[in-house]
Design a protein around this ligand. Structure first.
Ligand code: NAP
Ligand code: GLV
Length: 312
């Protein structure tokens, strides 16, 4: 019988325990402080697992992130590197991210927060109406989610560009591609809104910093749906103060939950959401995890296996 351990320092994993039992009745699912005989565990499903815990599972066959990102697992210096590491890739997750990013672009570009305020006070007042075609949205990170968001934004009329590590041959219609460090400045110079959808790796840590902000058009809007550690928080506050950036919509933070005393909460130019840009259905997580193990049992590389050396 397959044995799954659910490991997290921050999340109640009970919702996943029931999902695994629904997908595979009779499966052995373990969680909490007492995981029983550790040499019986085949799969570890993780969200910020306690550091060192995966290394204590001698027969582990699959380390599975319950999310798209794997930074929360790679942060464990004792992560067993010989065990396949997989992440979730899911059309439902991409649809959720499309909706969030499209909302975040539109709410700022069309001045929707001003309408919420004027509607509350009974004030008939127009905000500037600028055609989406004249508003350039740049997406840093053109992977599964970046590509989907680029396609969605182009479909509703925005002038979309994307930046990735490697050149892309399969960009959505109307989207302009940039790649590599050599094309970063050219990419940034045309981002009225910049969306960060990069994975967090040693290379992208602190990517959203003062130097990068200085290369954006004056008054740009920043949307961070990557990770909190992509952003140098003090640099963002300075860029807003100087008008280099006009607004920021942030969904991920270095410390989550964002502490009540954090200056982001009180800054009217910053819109905070609590890491909810998208979620994956719990049954999809259970199904993909078990499909990954089945692939490994057949000697096939699981489709969503991560390159541990590359970090994503
Ligand atoms: P992905 O498919 O692995 O795509 C990553 C993209 O980033 C790829 O296009 C990759 O370039 C590019 N990239 C990586 N390192 C780079 C570098 N140094 N320079 C330039 N480009 C680089 O990832 P995904 O599934 O789209 O997810 C992206 C991230 O979104 C996740 O890692 C996670 O942190 C975040 N996320 C957040 C939420 C939320 O609710 N806020 C939800 C899901 C995911 P190549 O294509 O050339 O490899
Ligand atoms: C969420 O943040 C994810 O990486 O899926």
């Amino acid at each position: 019988m397959t044995c799954v351990a659910l490991l997290s320092e921050v999340l109640d994993m009970e919702y996943l325990a029931t999902a695994f039992r629904e997908v595979s009745p009779g499966i052995d699912v373990r969680q909490g402080a007492d995981l029983g005989a550790l040499d019986e565990i085949d799969i570890a499903v993780c969200w910020f697992p306690p550091h060192g815990q995966l290394a204590q599972l001698p027969k582990l066959r699959l380390a599975q992130s319950l999310a798209a990102g794997v930074d929360h697992m790679l942060a464990d210096a004792q992560l067993p590197r010989d065990v396949p590491l997989c992440r979730i890739v899911d059309s439902g997750m991409a649809a959720g991210m499309n909706a969030y990013v499209s909302w975040a672009v539109v709410q700022q570009h069309r001045g929707m927060r001003a309408y919420v305020a004027s509607s509350a006070t009974g004030l008939w007042q127009e905000q500037p109406v600028v055609s989406p075609r004249k508003h350039r949205v740049g997406i840093a990170g053109m992977g599964t989610l970046g590509m989907a968001c680029a396609g969605a934004l182009a479909t509703i009329g925005y002038a979309v560009r994307g930046w990735s590590r490697s050149a892309k041959a399969d960009l959505p219609e109307g989207v302009t591609g940039y790649h590599g460090a050599g094309q970063l400045d050219a990419f940034l110079s045309g981002c009225d809104t910049l969306v960060c959808l990069l994975p967090l790796t040693p290379e992208t840590h602190g990517f959203l910093n003062a130097d990068l902000f200085s290369k954006l058009p004056h008054g740009a809007h920043l949307i961070n749906v990557g990770r909190g550690d992509h952003l140098v928080e003090a640099d963002l506050l300075r860029a807003l103060e100087r008008g280099q950036l006009s607004a920021a919509t942030l969904d991920a933070f270095s410390q989550e939950p964002l502490p009540a005393s954090h200056p982001f909460w009180k800054d009217p130019r910053i819109l905070v959401t609590p890491h909810i840009a998208t979620r994956t259905d719990r049954l999809v997580i259970a199904q993909q995890t078990l499909a990954n193990l089945a692939a490994l049992e057949q000697g096939i590389c699981p489709v969503n296996q991560v390159d541990i050396d590359r970090g994503y």
